[in-house]
Structures are given as C-alpha cells and as structure tokens.
Design a protein around this ligand. Structure first.
Ligand code: FES
Length: 598
C-alpha cells in the first residue's frame, strides 16, 4: 500500500469501496494509524479508531442518522466532522477520504489547520470553561510538548480564574500558584502533571460559579498610596467589597510597584489576626507570586495585575477574624496580649510603628534558645522574645524566618497518635508563616510584624499536637552508606502504603546523611505528590517546604522542611490516583498509542 509522497497527494488506498459499502465499516491501518471507515448514508467517513475519551475502538461503535456512538461511555460524535455532542469526551479526529476507481483512499496525515500550540491553547480554554479534566490533561501535555512557555497557560488560567469566580481568589488559584513555583524543580513529565493539576483545580473551582463583574478604578490617580491604603483598610474592616476594589484598582492604575501594592494588601490582611485560619494571607502571597511567575510587565499591560489583586478583596472582606474566635481568647486572651505588646489595639499600627522606629540600627542575630521559646508553652515568653527582637533591630523577614522554622518543626514532629484532621492545624500555621516570610521578602511593610506575632501565637496554639513529639533524626544518625537513588526509590514506596509517616521522614534524613542530591530528592517528592490525588493542603505543604528548604541557612534547617513534608505526603497517601489515570490516558492518546484495541 504505497502513498504518493509528492507533497501534492498524501492519499493512500485503504479499502475496496464496494466491500466497504457491503460491510458498512472497516478498520484500516495506513502508515500504522488505526482508522475506522464507515459507509453511511451514501458517504464514506474516516475517523481515528481511538475514542478521544478513553481510547475504545470506534470501529465497534454504532452509527445512526449521522451520529457515531462509542459503546464504552456512550459519547456521541457528528460523523462527518468528528465534533462531539459530549464535551467531556473531546472531539474525534477525522481524515479526508476520496474514492478513486472503486477504491477508498485516505489521507492518514492531513496537514494541521493551525500550529499545535494554538490548537492546544484553544482546547485548554474549552477545558477550563467546561471543567473537563481529560481535555485539560491533553492540552497541558500538548502545550508543553509543543515547547510552549508555561507562562502562557499559567497566564490564561490565572485570567480565567480571576474573571469567572465571583467569590474571588480561592484554593484553585492558590494551587495554580503553588504549581507555578514547583515547575522548575520537577522532571519534564512532572511539569506537565503540575500544570494539569493547577489548571484542573482552577476549572473545578470556577465550575458553576457566577462570573466576577469588576468595579472600576477611580477616575483619578491623585490619592497617595497612604491614603489609598487607609481607605482600603477601612473598606475591608466594614466588609465593603465594592469600595475596597475601587481603591485597590486605583493603586494599580497609579502604577505603584509590587512592593507598594503588597504593603497595601498585607496591611489589610493583618489588621485582624490569622484570617480564616491563615488562608487569606497565604492567598494574597500566592497572588503576588503568581504575578511573579507570569511576569509583572505583561500582566500589567493585560490588566491582569488589577484583576488578580481585585480577586483578593472578597476573601479579605469575608474572612473569619481570629480575634473573634474563642481559641484566641480563652483560656488565655492572646489578642489582648498582642495589643499590650504593640502598645495599642491589634487593628491599629501606631504602637507597632513606634516600636519598630525605636528599634536598634544594629543587625539582629537570632539569640540562643530563641526557637525553643517559640516552641515552648509560655505565650508571655514568646511575645517578650519577639518584642525584644523588634527592639533589637530584627527585620520582619528575619523574624518570619524563625517563626516559620518553628512552624515547620510542628509538622516534622506531628504525633501520629493525634486525630488525623489535626494535620490541617499544623499545616495551616506552617503555610501561614511561610506566606508571611515570603511577603516580608517582597515588602518592608511594618504590618508584617503582626503576621510574625500572629504566626508565633498559632505555633503556640498547636503545641499539644507535638505531644509526644515525633523524633527528628539527628544529623548523621542515619548514615547507612546506601545508594541515595535506592533511598529515593524507598521513599517513593512509602507513599504506596498507609502509615509510613515516620519512615518517610527517616528516609529523607538517611538520604541527606548519605550525601544525596537535594534537588533529586525534591524531584522525587514532587513526583510522589503529583501522581496522587493530592488535596489542596498537601499541594501547598510541599511547595512551602521547598521554598523553606531553599531559604534555609543551616544544614538542620535545610533538612527540616523536607522531612516535614515527606511525613505530610506519607500521611495523606496513597490515594486512588484517579487524576493520574486521566493524565496517563491523555498522554497515550496524544502520543497516538492504541489503548483498548485488541
Ligand atoms: S466514550 Fe468512548 S471510551 Fe469513553
């Protein structure tokens, strides 16, 4: 069966026209491509034999009144063009057909009507609009295989997520931001999984939601940043979302840089302690990090900076304020304690500003025993240590790093005898503290000191979850001389079984003790994470741990977040790995593999 490779005729003979008419259908394989031929209503049609849903052979489907129906999940396709009636199944590819002298000819490699990057970008948009997991998987794989810069799908997904969810920034966009941060640390195939994970969570978060209608910026950019910040805080305080959005959009319109915009947002995000168990400040930090990932100049030009930051208004205004919760008020009134420390109400900044202004100009170094105080059960001592540090010239960034390491220790030492749901409690504190730390690296807003104090109070509140503490292996105690690659494989195996929490932490310690490459360890942890149906918290946890690993300054602190997150992933694994199954089918369909044909 020879094709005419002149560049003008790619058609190859595949069947006898009379035989096909008599039989109604035939499976042919020109150039190894499995094609289902149908003779229907006087026409010959050729479609990819693999159902685009999960690869069932369409030559075994039913054709009736111009519709081809797959027998597995009953997806229907318009036979002449391949478009589906059922968007979850995707469209099936068709092939041009000609009848020449009683023989059916098919072009098995018709030219693409547009570049793959464009095709997959369109499909990604459809996947987002219809919340179609399979289409999203195929698109994200297709885009990265077409060498598209991940910034492009990240940008379009960020724009979609901020425009099509009235309730604003939530877990889906946070996951997308986490995945954007993880991309450089991952193996190429896991980058596809990460993008797929981020996009599908945004799609799921927007499904069935009302779109967001914008409030415009004011028609002047005259008000100063101080005034806009003051108005913004007042609006958030009384839960006035419209007014807050206009202030925020005006600040963007006025051209303030990311540090100034961060000052405005994080000041409001710390006006009350630990909003919505820390999630709101973390959302805000991820919004800024997402704009880092897609590039601020382009995002500004597209109006995306304003849309992304405006999406934070609703979570800020509707947040649960921890000063209104009993845990922060009884048996010890932590909020009153913080107010005393600041010399004014926690919602005001004056006292804290004076304290910082009066602080030493000397550079601060962490005093001996500082972390032990943060992890102990005396809130007075914790607040005193922090106040002393501020007076001693400690920056918010330096203090946030210390509090985050204490919070990381809570995860690393989480006792497995605790109620399972309490993993969330130590996790919330950890990601909150990490977000404060990252935000303090972006802006020197005084308000972020409040984030430090609030994070430290949450570390204090979590103290019983380390009773008894799970042991953190000493450096060198697990130097077994084993091959690091074998240890990584063993670590991955711990995620295949329940209850391997402490072993996962020990293996990380052994790997480091055996001089394993930390980048390879992160690639393994990333793979272990992305093959699971990892939930919001698990995805966040790994990303925050990698961030903290990168910023650590001692061997102990570089190991600590990796031990902590390996334990966290192990505690939440294995899952059904349904998302991975969809990803695997999408990858095989994109590669042209036959899946369910005999
Ligand atoms: S509908 Fe065809 S494989 Fe699912």
């Amino acid at each position: 069966m020879a094709s005419i490779e002149s560049g003008t005729d790619r058609f190859v003979p595949v069947a006898d026209a009379e035989e096909l008419e008599a039989e109604g259908r035939q499976l042919v394989t020109p150039d190894g491509t499995a094609i289902a031929l149908f003779h229907h209503e006087g026409e010959v049609r050729a479609v990819d034999n693999r159902c685009p849903h999960m690869g069932f052979p369409l030559s075994e489907g039913t054709v009736d009144e111009g519709i081809l129906t797959c027998h597995w999940h009953h997806a229907r396709f318009e036979l002449s063009c391949g478009d589906t009636f059922d968007p979850w199944a995707d469209d099936v590819r068709t092939f041009p057909v000609e009848i020449r002298d009683g023989t059916v000819y098919v072009d098995p490699n018709p030219p693409l009507d547009r570049p793959p990057a464009e095709h997959w970008a369109d499909r990604l948009e459809s996947g987002l609009e219809e919340n179609l997991r399979l289409v999203i998987a195929k698109s994200t794989i297709g885009l990265l295989e077409a060498s598209v810069d991940p910034q492009d799908p990240l940008t379009s997904t960020l724009a979609f997520g901020t425009n099509y969810r009235e309730g604003g920034w939530s877990s889906g966009l946070t996951i997308l931001g986490c995945m954007a941060n993880l991309l450089p640390t991952l193996e190429p195939d896991d980058r596809k999984r990460a993008l797929y994970t981020g996009v599908r969570h945004v799609a799921a978060d927007c499904a069935g939601e009302a779109p967001k209608f914008d409030q415009p910026s004011f028609s002047t950019t005259e008000p100063s940043l101080d005034r806009l910040r003051s108005w913004f805080r007042d609006c958030i305080e009384v839960r006035d979302t419209d007014g807050a959005e206009r202030c925020l959009r005006t600040a963007v319109e006025a051209g303030y840089d990311d540090a100034a915009l961060a000052d405005l947002v994080f000041t409001a995000a710390t006006d009350h302690p630990y909003l919505t168990t820390g999630h709101v400040l973390d959302f805000a930090n991820k919004a800024f990090e997402s704009l880092d990932a897609v590039g601020w100049p382009d995002a500004r030009g597209d109006g995306l900076v304003a849309d992304v930051l405006a999406s934070l208004v609703d979570p800020l205004a509707t947040a649960t304020r921890s000063d209104e919760t009993s845990a922060w008020r009884q048996p010890i009134d932590l909020v009153a304690q913080l107010s005393d420390a600041y010399g004014g109400d926690v919602t005001e900044l004056d006292g804290l500003e004076s304290m910082v202004a009066a602080g030493s100009d000397e550079s601060w170094t962490t005093p001996e025993g500082f972390r032990e105080i943060l992890l102990d059960d005396d809130p007075d001592a914790i607040v005193d240590a922090l106040v002393d540090a501020v007076r001693g010239g400690a920056t918010a960034e330096a203090l946030a790093a210390e509090v985050t390491r204490a919070a990381t220790t809570r995860v690393a030492q989480f006792g497995t005898a605790n109620e399972f749901g309490d993993w969330n409690t130590v996790h919330h504190t950890f990601t909150y503290a990490n977000a404060v730390h990252q935000a303090a690296r972006r802006t020197d807003a005084i308000a972020l000191y409040r984030g430090v104090f609030d994070g430290a109070m949450s570390v204090y509140l979590d103290r019983f979850l380390n009773t008894p503490p799970a042991p953190i292996p000493e450096i060198g105690a697990n130097e077994t001389g084993r091959d690091p690659e074998t240890i990584r494989a063993d670590l991955l195996s711990t995620f295949d079984e329940e209850g391997e929490v402490n072993e996962a932490g020990r293996l990380v310690a052994e790997y480091v003790d055996c001089d394993g490459d930390p980048d390879a360890l992160q690639r393994t942890l990333g793979h272990g994470l992305l093959r699971e149906d990892a939930g919001f918290h698990t995805l966040q946890n790994v990303e925050a741990a990698f961030h903290q690993h990168a910023l650590a300054e001692t061997d102990w602190d570089r190991r600590l977040p990796l031990i902590a997150t390996a334990r966290y992933v192990a505690a939440h694994s294995p899952t059904n790995r349904e998302a991975e199954q969809t990803f695997s089918i999408a990858a095989r369909l994109n590669r042209g593999e036959r899946i369910h044909e005999a």
